[in-house]
Design a protein around this ligand. Structure first.
Ligand SMILES: [Cu+2]
Length: 153
């Protein structure tokens, strides 16, 4: 009952939440609805490093999928491929976006279909800052990102 109420009254809150670990802040964690659970889901997020030490995202984990992995979409001669990214650099003083067409989390082996309005946790592991768990908001099938209003975004 309570969760239904929260979903109804705050539909866009999750993806706009900001999580911090050390010098890193993590926001805009979102995913896309899936038709079923057979195809992989996606995970996108934005990480800002306000510190003076370079860091890197080295892994993701979630109860929503059996095999979550970091991927990079690379287009070579017009052909897209998705090599496994061992680590995604988060240089000091910079922001890095996992977004459609670039770095992304691929959620293979979904435990259930992702429906718009759902949310699920993803734990990000950084080389230096350690771990942080964020709430991921499931947006519509064709979403290109959450609509958050932050000062300076
Ligand atoms: Cu992929």
């Amino acid at each position: 009952m309570l969760s239904t109420l929260l979903t109804l009254t705050a539909p866009a809150a999750f993806a706009c939440e900001i999580f911090t670990v050390g010098d890193l802040s993590v926001e805009h964690a979102w995913s896309r609805a899936t038709i079923g659970a057979d195809r992989p889901g996606v995970f996108y997020v934005e990480v800002t490093n306000a510190g003076t030490t370079d860091d890197a995202l080295i892994g993701i984990a979630t109860p929503a999928a059996g095999m979550p992995m970091l991927h990079e979409t690379v287009v070579t001669n017009g052909i897209a491929s998705m090599p496994h990214a061992m680590s995604i650099p988060v240089p000091a003083g910079q922001s890095v976006k996992l977004a459609p067409g670039g770095y992304h989390g691929m959620l293979t082996g979904l435990t259930t279909a992702l429906n718009e309005g759902d949310s699920f946790p993803v734990t990000l592991t950084f080389e230096k800052a350690g771990e942080v768990t964020v709430n991921v908001e499931v947006l519509s099938l064709r979403a290109e990102g959450p609509d958050c209003e932050h000062a300076g975004q």
